[in-house]
Design a protein around this ligand. Structure first.
Ligand code: SF4
Length: 634
């Protein structure tokens, strides 16, 4: 019998309103394990190249993993995949919360959705039963209202709901998907794919326990990790300060992305720190399914003209910067409001902040006028303008309609040199980490199959000296020697090849990056033990790393089919220039020649052509992907 997984994959065709269940053999699960690897299998097998991402032919796949739902620390995540309407590449985003574990308890390892409905619908899955229900009455409603109505009409407060708000319905290209109002499949515009299918929500309820191979061992390791949470400085900081903990270090170093990346120096940075957030608007902390770390912020503002509802959680580091210093804003209360609006409408806060900051720079340089903005004074630091622009983007009104296409397309339409004010990779806006001070993150921005992303590998600082967590705790992967965060030589390239695969394994398995080394308290050995105890498979890190590498090659081939080449593995121009202003003024530009050399070496280390970055037939055979050799030839 299967342990950890159910053996059931649900297929839904929204055009014909039919559904059916597939029961793949054990070897299928042992090859793909879940998440992006499982999703890419279906995307490569069932989707034709050059499918319009917003057409019924795009597949929308929700995939937890073979271990999701086990009552163990920091394993709550599930992946959503589709061809991205933002990048045109393989689209992917992971979310925590409760939805993934609930789907497993409801009897399914994944949902593969094709087609589109003529009228709004939502899926209701309860202990193996599947129903497609009308959602016309929900269309246009924000996430809080939708959740309340669905729970009421199903008469079940415990049902877990993944859904889109108006931004997804309106096909904003960076719309996201949320569960429980505050856990997001954040990037790549997958909410717009859901909107294009007229699928408002997926409500799931499961009461069946997930069968575990060795329940006692899972419980024992969970207790051991839980005991150490407050003794480990990394997990303790996550509990006390959340991801905003890093604001202070970046602000003091002078690398806090500000004013649309024109500087890393933000003189009011103190106002954005986790300590200030804790003192002013923090109401409490929350966590995800079975996780003892509880790193999530919950904030509240209750002022006569500004109210922020704690039901929508609170801003993470990325949001504080993208809707804060990047737009010249230093008021946490307004940033919390901007975060709440994005969450109600389901818009990725990184891309939202980035497109607004881009428009602010265009306005400053005279490329956009008050006529274009509908009378909004779109200057850096204008807090109310940010809130108004969020409304306009979500509802695609005026300039908001243009910005809803993402900064890459918006810059092309604005013209007049606007392209020099955008910062993106493969069409996706970059996150709030500066690769000039962590070159490995830059390599990951360039190479990520789904556009710039900061969660594609652990960051350079965890490997900087002999006492760093990564050096002390990751010897199992032959990581023995420290490398400077600003180095871009051979050792850095080799290190990040391993780290990329390691965190890809986390993505596949639904493991939270904030739960295990090098970012947190759980060890590699403990995670491996949990995986073995859940599945009963005598797996090793060797096998898991091959699963991760397999999915990276599958994604590379998916993108090749869509016309992406090594020319799309880029870094925004701004990082080839020195910092302007603050403590780092005039320093730290990345050398373009060195970066190109690093990319070529990385291709070779991956078993790809050194000049074109195309997986070789030998590499595909090595990973059991010989079925993709013909795709590469084509
Ligand atoms: S560490 Fe934080 S984000 Fe990760 S699973 Fe735990 S509570 Fe959720």
């Amino acid at each position: 019998m299967p342990y950890g997984y159910t053996g059931n994959i649900l297929h839904v065709d929204l055009s014909s309103k039919k559904h059916w269940i597939e029961n793949p053999p054990e070897n299928f699960y042992r090859t793909y394990w879940g998440g992006r690897a499982l999703a890419l299998y279906y995307m490569l097998k069932k989707m034709k190249p050059h499918t319009d991402p917003l057409s019924p032919n795009n597949l929308l796949i929700f995939a937890p993993s073979v271990i999701t739902g086990a009552p163990a620390p920091a394993i709550p995540r599930y992946t959503v995949c589709a061809k991205s309407p933002l990048t045109g590449a393989q689209g992917e985003a992971e979310a925590g919360g409760w939805w993934g574990p609930e789907l497993k308890k409801a009897g399914f390892d994944a949902i593969i959705i094709k087609g589109s409905s003529s009228t709004p619908v939502y899926l209701y899955i309860e202990d193996g039963k599947v129903e497609i229900k009308g959602a016309t009455h929900l269309w246009g409603k924000d996430t809080g209202e939708t959740q309340k109505i669905i729970k009421n009409e199903l008469a079940d407060d415990k049902v877990r709901i993944a859904q889109i708000g108006p931004a997804g319905e309106n096909l904003v290209r960076f719309a996201n998907i949320v569960n429980e109002l505050k856990h997001f499949n954040g990037r790549n515009g997958l909410g717009a794919v859901m909107g294009s299918k007229k699928l408002k929500a997926i409500a799931v309820r499961g009461t069946k326990p997930i069968e575990l191979y060795n329940k006692e061992r899972v419980s024992q390791i969970t207790k051991e990790i839980t005991k150490r949470v407050m003794d480990n400085p990394l997990s303790r900081d996550l509990r006390k300060l959340g991801t905003p903990a890093v604001v202070r270090g970046f602000y003091e170093a002078g690398c806090l992305p500000s004013y649309n990346w024109t500087t890393g120096y933000f003189k009011e940075g103190e106002n954005l720190t986790a300590e200030t957030l804790n003192k002013t608007i923090l109401k409490g902390t929350k966590g995800c399914y079975a996780c003892p770390i509880r790193c999530k912020r919950v904030v509240e503002v209750d002022e006569p003209n500004l109210k922020v509802d704690p039901a929508y959680g609170g801003p993470e580091y990325e949001t504080i910067v993208s809707l804060g210093s990047l737009c010249g804003i230093s008021d946490l209360k307004y940033i919390a409001k901007a975060n709440e609006l994005c969450n109600k409408y389901t818009m990725d806060t990184i891309s939202t902040g980035m497109v607004i900051a881009f428009a602010m720079q265009c306005y400053q340089e005279g490329l956009l006028t008050k006529e274009d903005t509908g009378g909004i004074e779109l200057t850096f630091g204008n807090r109310k303008a940010v809130l108004k622009m969020i409304e306009k983007i979500a509802h695609r009104e005026g300039l908001g309609g243009l910005l809803s296409q993402g900064s890459y397309l918006a810059a092309q339409k604005i013209g007049k040199g606007a392209e020099k004010f955008i910062h993106q990779v493969k069409g996706q806006e970059i996150p709030m980490h500066d690769p000039r001070l962590k070159t490995g993150v830059g390599l990951q921005y360039a190479l990520s199959d789904y556009g710039a992303d900061h969660m594609k590998a652990a960051h350079d600082s965890f490997f900087k000296d002999k006492d760093s967590v990564g050096i002390k705790e990751m010897k199992d992967l032959c990581i023995l020697e420290p490398v400077s965060p600003t180095d871009i030589g051979e050792k850095k390239v080799a290190l990040f090849k391993v780290l990329d695969i390691y965190w890809t394994v986390f993505d596949i398995l639904g493991v939270c990056d904030f739960g295990y080394v090098p970012r947190s308290v759980g060890t590699m050995e403990e995670l491996l033990e949990i995986i073995r105890a859940v599945t009963g498979w005598r797996t090793t890190w060797f096998e898991l790393m091959r699963v991760g590498e397999r999915s990276i090659n599958m994604a590379r081939i998916f993108n090749l089919r869509e016309g992406f080449t090594s020319k799309d593995d880029t870094l925004p121009e701004v990082f080839y220039h020195n910092f302007q202003g603050g403590p780092l003024d005039g320093q730290e530009a990345i050398d373009k020649g060195d970066f190109q050399k690093a990319l070529k070496l990385r291709y070779q280390l991956m078993g790809w052509g050194p000049d074109n970055g195309i997986p070789t037939p030998a590499k595909l055979i090595d990973l059991g992907l010989d079925w993709l050799i013909d795709e590469v030839k084509r």
